[in-house]
Design a protein around this ligand. Sequence first.
Ligand code: PMT
Length: 223
Amino acid sequence: AQGSSWKGKKVLVTAGGTIERLDPVRFLTNDSSGKMGFAIAEAAVNRGADVTVIAARIQGEPAAGIHVVRVESAEQMLEEVLSRFDDMDIVIKAAAVADYRPIARADSKLKKKSDRLVIELERTTDILQTIGQRKKGQFIVGFAAETEQVEHYAMDKLIRKNCDLIVANDVSVEGAGFNGDTNIVHLFGQEGRIASWPMLQKSEVAHRLLTLIAERITDKGDR
Ligand code: PMT
């Protein structure tokens, strides 16, 4: 059901690729455009929800009616997600968050020295896992960007990160994953694979995903 069925629901979405700086003018990032996350945010607004997007590096301008908080790094995204998490009903983590960041961040532009440069990286905090541990009734949806053994890794993430749903995309397949307007996704819940959808516009993936979430929340019977 569309219309105002999500009226009063607070939805937090993350979108885009985080930026991990090496110096003031150089950074590590990834190909995420934010299209998947913003398609979900727009679909939730269309259902009447109160939607906030924590957006890292994205392409284009977000649609009207969405409250957007801009961040750069995984650490900043973590902070913005955590400060809102307790109030949320549904959290959907479509952002491509860096798993590693440079240990050192230079305050001025790095100078050329020798022929080789080694950059040391350290792990970032896993945002999804952190909120999974704090969950008190929120419905949490994680994404999984895989290139092989999609089901195996998706289920591993679902359990390890204590999600209610995982949306897995095989990012090595044409028409799926980063950057384009379409995606091919497989949905997993605690019971295993729920569905595999054909190649769809990201807007249609978003619409179907919200329908699935709505069914599952009703089944839980607690909100
Ligand atoms: O933005 P688009 O160009 O439209 O592309 C969409 C997408 C491919 C980015 C999207 O569909 C997607 O798959 N997003 C998740 C990408 C990712 O980081 O996947 P992962 O398998 O590395 O991470 C699994 C989950 O943990 C994700 O929900 C991620 O947000 C989360 N995570 C990961 C690392 C970290 N430090 N903190 C996290 O919360």
